[in-house]
Design a protein around this ligand. Structure first.
Ligand code: FAD
Length: 490
């Protein structure tokens, strides 16, 4: 039934090829159009991040396509965050101390090429490079592509058009012209530049971690590459980038805030690379739906570009493809029904991960250095160890499970309430005990009812009710204080 239906996919980045593989496996007749040249021939490096963190959601899709092992083989496991604190101290924080779950740093170029190679194994799948989408009549499934090498345009017709053409999607532009399609795009006033630590010095950084230099308003991170080099990314407000317009300013900034990284990158290389590239912008996109006209669908960044701070953009994009595939299965390949069902299933999760990615920037650059973060992590780890089925910390639920992103937020929200209630109950009990028992003075001891705690003797008070009420009042203050601390921890 699927073989006589034609699917056109626009965009051959990361999500387009994964979707193409799923659809070809289902038996559809698939053609993927990409505006750039074949990276396996021209060897370009993309203008986006050099490496990416692959976690559970992307792994699941790759596994279903038989590619997981190949990809993980050339990636570098990262078992936790390695904090380079402003005071010069280093602290490793494991993602999952018990199960030793980790995320994997993989080269974007390798991943892209491997996916394109895998596409070559299907007879019902074609790739057209150097074809740029320039016009679309979605209701009739008509598309116009410009062949960028010859400057000739061609017309194409499809039963289903899938836009996987990234954050600045052309497909989305045409879909937005349809009624009831709301769209929201937000830039943040921070940008990023990427720098490199060569393999020669790469071994000086603790391996198998995602390194973070949190500096409250901004941060730097480093992800490992399989050749022992590291990709270092500085995220910072544009205003601050603008102030670093001279070698001396740049060096004094790095020497003051990231002194340990300067010898690893090398002063000359740092200056050369920093001034060669302009900081890139960061934005996120939310759409009210992902389909129109029973003919078109958006996946990946085209549907929900997000800030990179949860390392979930590609993961979510691959998960889109896996979910769309399962929805098609459920709907017996009735495309129009599947499109409706897909939007319904995915919309809230897509919005949720956009919000979470925004939150995680604050966590990575600021919260991780606060004692409250460590205490919360400590409590989370204890409860996760005791009740692994019920108490899954937020980061773990996003990164190591398939729980819907929206449910990850609700999960965290009941955990917050639980911890708050536990704090209030414990502090109430402590306050009441403090009101009834006090350190004995010789005048107010009941000889037979003293109790000892950590070497200190306590006894019921032999004092007037009035003074007990005063003590209860103090207990009330204590409860308020502890609750305040608890609330600020959450
Ligand atoms: P893209 O990768 O952008 O691919 C879109 C493709 O469409 C491109 O090849 C483009 O050439 C093509 N195209 C565009 N317009 C047209 C047209 N008109 N006609 C034909 N073709 C067209 N995600 C993670 O999961 N983990 C990470 O660690 C991570 N780190 C990141 C770090 C940074 C700094 C950034 C910016 C992003 C990061 N991401 C990460 C997000 C990830 O890069 C994206 O989510 C992912 O690339 C989305 O894939 P995509 O295929 O939807 O879009």
């Amino acid at each position: 039934m699927t073989t006589d239906r034609k699917i056109v996919i626009v965009g051959g980045g990361l999500v387009g090829p994964v979707c193409a593989l799923y659809m070809s496996k289902r038996g559809y007749n698939v053609t993927l159009y990409e505006c750039r040249s074949d990276p396996r021939e021209c060897g370009y490096t993309r203008g986006r991040s050099i490496n990416l963190a692959v976690s559970n959601r992307a792994r699941k899709a790759l596994r279903e396509l038989g590619l997981e092992e190949d990809i993980l083989k050339v990636s570098v496991p990262m078992r936790g965050r390695y904090l380079h604190q402003p005071n010069g101290k280093h602290v490793p924080i494991f993602y999952d101390p018990k199960n030793k779950e980790c995320i994997y740093s993989v080269s974007r170029n390798y991943l892209n090429r491997r996916l394109l190679d895998a596409m070559g194994e299907y007879n019902n799948l074609q790739i057209k490079f150097d074809h740029k989408l320039v016009d679309a009549k979605i209701e009739s499934g008509q598309l116009k592509f410009l062949q960028t090498k010859t400057n000739v345009t061609i017309d194409v017709r499809a039963d289903l058009i899938i836009g996987a053409d990234g954050a600045y999607s052309t497909m989305r532009r045409y879909m937005m012209q349809k009624p009831m399609f709301d769209y929201n795009q937000t830039y943040i006033n921070h940008g990023y530049v990427e720098l490199t630590i060569t393999p020669e010095y790469g071994h000086l950084l603790a391996p198998n971690y995602l390194h973070i230099w949190p500096r409250s308003d901004f941060m730097m991170i480093a992800l490992p590459n399989s050749d022992h080099s590291w990709t270092v990314t500085l995220f910072m407000p544009f205003k601050q980038f603008e102030q670093l317009d001279h070698r001396d300013q740049l060096m004094s900034f790095f020497n003051k805030l990231f002194p340990d990284i300067v010898p690893l990158i090398g002063e000359e290389q740092l200056v050369e690379h920093f001034f060669k590239i302009k900081p890139s912008a960061l934005m996120y996109v939310k759409c009210s739906k992902f389909h129109t006209d029973a003919k078109s669908l958006l996946l990946g960044d085209a549907a929900h570009a997000m800030l990179p701070f949860y390392g979930q953009g590609m993961n979510a994009g691959f998960e889109d493809c896996a979910i769309f595939n399962s929805v098609l299965e459920y709907c017996n390949d009735n495309i129009s029904m599947a499109l409706e069902a897909y939007t319904e299933r995915r919309r809230n999760d897509a919005h949720a991960i956009c919000e979470l990615a925004l939150y995680n920037y604050v966590e990575m650059r600021d919260l991780v250095i606060r004692p409250s973060f460590r205490i919360r992590k400590f409590v989370d780890n204890i409860l996760f160890n005791l009740f692994p089925e019920y108490w899954i910390p937020l980061y773990n639920s996003i990164t190591f499970t398939e729980m819907g992103y929206k449910n990850c937020i609700s999960n965290r929200s009941w955990q917050d309430k639980f911890i708050l209630c536990a704090f209030v109950i414990i502090s109430t009990v402590v306050a009441l005990v403090a009101a009834i028992y006090r350190q004995p003075t010789t005048s107010c001891i009941h000889k037979n009812s003293t109790m000892e705690f950590m070497g200190i003797k306590f006894a019921p008070l032999k004092i007037p009710l009035e003074r007990r009420l005063q003590t209860l009042g103090a207990g009330g203050w204590f409860i308020t204080l502890v609750s305040g601390v608890a609330i600020s921890l959450l």
